[in-house]
Design a protein around this ligand. Structure first.
Ligand code: ZN
Ligand code: ZN
Length: 490
C-alpha cells in the first residue's frame, strides 16, 4: 500500500493540489441551505449512502454495496442530484465494511476524480475487503461492478484523516471523525456547515459499549443539530447480552461440540467479529476453561488482524499494551490459530475427522470459504454452526437462523440441496452494533443534544420504532425516510 503510494507520489501531489483549489474556490452569493438525501441503507441494511447538498457543495457519505442482492447491489447513483459524478466535491467514509465502502470504486469507474476522506485503518481495511470482494465475485462466476484498476484509482485519491482532526472538505463543509466503536478505524462523521449554520453527525455503524478491541463510541461533539443514526437493533426487544455472557455461551457451545467429537463452524466478517472471537477463544484456552484444539482461520482474517496490529492507537489501551509486550500475551499471534492456505489445505481439513474450530468468511454465508465447510459438515449432528454477527434479510445465514432444514447451495454453477442436521446457535453478545438500550443511552448521553434525528440502517420497523422512542423520550423531530427521500435541514 505504502510503496504503491510512493510510486505515485508526483501524481498524488498534483491531485492534492487540485483538491485544495476546489475547496478554496470563490463562494457563491445567495441564501444558504442544507439538505440530506437517502441514496441507500434507508429502511434496509446494506448499500449505505447519504448525499449532503448545500448551496455551495455536494458531499457523499459512504458508498456501500448490498451484498444480499444480486439485482440491486448499488446505491441510487442515478438519482438526478447525484449526477454528474464529476460535480461531487468529496466522498467521506465511516468505515471499511463492504456495505459502507464496497461500491466506492464504481464512482471512479464512472468519472469521479475527487478526494476520499477516511481514517488510516479504514483505508487499509477497505483495500483488503474490496480486493476480496472481487475475488469472491469472480470465484462465483459473477461479473463484479468494477475491476482492480478502479480500486487502485480509489487508493490514489484517499486523504487519510485521524480522529478528532478537523479538515475542510468543501468550501462550506468541515469534517471531523470521532470514534464509533464498531470496527477498526470506524468513525462517526461530524460536519460543520457554513460557518456554523448547521452541524450534522452521521453515526455510521456504532457500538456504545467498550469491547475487547475498541472504546465505546464518542458522544461529545462541539455542536450538533441533526443526527443520522443507525438502527440495526432499534426495535423493542432488540436486546443483546453482555460480552461476558457471550463468552460463556461460546465456551458452552465449544465444549458441547468438542465432547461430541464435532467441528464448530463460525461464519465471520474478516474485520471486527473475527478478532473479537479470536480474543475470546484465546482467553478460554489460556485460562484452561476449554481444552485447546486447532482453530483454523480461512479467508482474509489473518491479513485483517495484521492491520489491527499496525494501528494500535485505534485499539483500547489494554489491548495496545498486550500487543506491545512479547508474543506470549499477544492474542493475535496465539499458537492455536492456523491460517488455511489454499484449496488443498481446506480439503484436508474437511476430510480430517478430529474436532476443531473454523472461523471463515463470509459472515452472512453469501459466499466465501465458509460455504465449503458448511456443505461438508452441515448434515452431521455432532457439528455446530455458530453465528456471531448480524445476518441480513435475503442471505443464507438469515434463512438458516429462521430454521430452514434444507437449503440450496450453488456449487460450481450447480444447485445442490444440503440438509442441515448440525446444532445451530446465535451468540448476539459479540455484535459490533449497539442494541436498542445502547442506542437510546447513546442519545441520552450525547452532548449537546440534536433536535433532528434521522434513522436508517435497519428494517423499516426498526428505524420507525427507534425514531418513535427517541421522539417520545427526548421530544426531538424524527424521520425514518425511504431511499431517495430528501430532508431539508436548514
Ligand atoms: Zn459495519
Ligand atoms: Zn453497516
Amino acid at each position: 500500500m505504502l510503496s504503491y503510494r510512493c510510486a505515485h507520489s508526483e501524481e498524488r501531489k498534483k491531485l492534492l493540489k487540485e483538491f485544495g483549489l476546489n475547496i478554496y474556490r470563490p463562494t457563491r452569493p445567495g441564501q444558504a441551505w442544507v439538505r440530506t438525501t437517502a441514496l441507500g441503507s434507508y429502511r434496509e441494511v446494506g448499500r449505505a449512502c447519504h448525499y449532503l447538498t448545500t448551496n455551495e457543495s455536494r458531499v457523499m457519505i459512504d458508498v456501500g454495496v448490498n451484498i444480499a442482492s444480486d439485482t440491486d447491489p448499488m446505491p441510487y447513483f442515478n438519482a438526478p442530484e447525484a449526477l454528474p459524478l464529476e460535480k461531487l466535491d468529496a466522498v467521506i467514509l465511516t468505515h471499511a465494511h463492504l456495505d459502507h465502502a464496497g461500491m466506492l470504486p464504481v464512482l471512479f469507474k464512472y468519472g469521479y476524480n475527487g478526494p476520499v476522506y477516511c481514517t488510516p485503518p479504514t483505508r487499509d481495511l477497505m483495500l483488503l475487503l474490496q480486493t476480496d470482494y472481487l475475488k469472491v465475485s469472480s470465484a462465483e462466476g459473477k461479473r463484479p461492478p468494477y475491476e482492480m484498476e478502479h480500486i487502485r484509482e480509489c487508493m490514489k485519491h484517499v486523504v487519510d484523516v485521524d480522529w478528532n482532526e478537523t479538515t475542510d472538505v468543501a468550501p462550506d463543509v468541515k469534517l471531523t471523525f470521532h470514534n464509533a466503536g464498531h470496527i477498526l478505524g470506524s468513525s462517526s462523521v461530524h460536519l460543520h456547515i457554513g460557518e456554523g449554520k448547521h452541524n450534522i453527525v452521521y453515526t455510521g455503524d456504532m457500538k456504545f459499549e467498550k469491547s475487547w478491541l475498541f472504546d465505546a463510541a464518542s458522544v461529545r461533539f462541539p455542536r450538533v443539530e441533526t443526527l443520522v443514526i443507525e438502527s440495526t437493533y432499534g426495535a423493542a426487544g432488540d436486546f443483546q447480552p453482555s460480552r461476558e455472557e457471550a463468552t460463556q455461551e461460546l465456551q458452552d457451545v465449544i465444549r458441547r461440540t468438542l465432547a461430541r467429537n464435532g467441528k464448530m463452524m463460525c461464519p465471520v466478517f474478516a474485520v471486527g467479529r473475527s478478532q473479537e472471537v479470536m480474543i475470546a477463544i484465546d482467553e478460554l484456552f489460556r485460562n484452561g476453561d476449554v481444552e485447546p484444539c486447532n482453530v483454523y482461520l480461512d479467508g482474509m482474517i489473518l491479513e485483517a488482524t495484521a492491520i489491527h496490529a499496525s494501528h494500535p492507537k485505534y485499539l483500547t489501551a489494554d489491548l495496545r499494551r498486550s500487543l506491545m509486550q512479547d508474543d506470549e500475551t499477544n492474542p493475535f499471534t496465539s499458537r492455536w490459530f492456523k491460517q488455511v492456505q489454499g484449496r488443498d489445505m481446506r480439503e484436508s481439513i474437511v476430510l480430517d475427522p478430529s474436532p476443531c474450530i473454523i472461523l471463515a468468511t463470509s459472515g452472512m454465508m453469501n459466499g466465501g470459504p465458509i460455504m465449503e465447510y458448511f456443505r461438508n459438515w452441515a448434515e452431521a449432528e455432532r457439528n455446530s454452526l455458530c453465528f456471531v454477527g448480524y445476518q441480513a434479510e435475503g442471505t443464507l445465514g438469515r434463512r438458516l437462523q429462521k430454521g430452514f432444514g434444507e437449503v440450496p447451495l450453488k456449487i460450481d454453477g450447480q444447485t445442490h440441496m444440503v440438509k442441515v442436521g448440525c446444532e445451530m446457535i446465535t451468540i448476539d453478545g459479540f455484535s459490533g452494533h449497539s442494541d436498542r438500550k445502547q442506542l437510546i443511552d447513546y442519545f441520552a448521553q450525547m452532548s449537546p443534544k440534536p433536535k433532528n434525528v434521522i434513522c436508517h440502517h435497519g428494517d423499516y420497523h426498526k428505524c420507525n420504532e427507534l425514531g418513535h422512542s427517541l421522539r417520545e423520550k427526548f421530544h426531538v423531530r424524527t424521520w425514518a425516510p425511504k431511499n431517495l427521500e430528501t430532508i431539508r435541514l436548514y
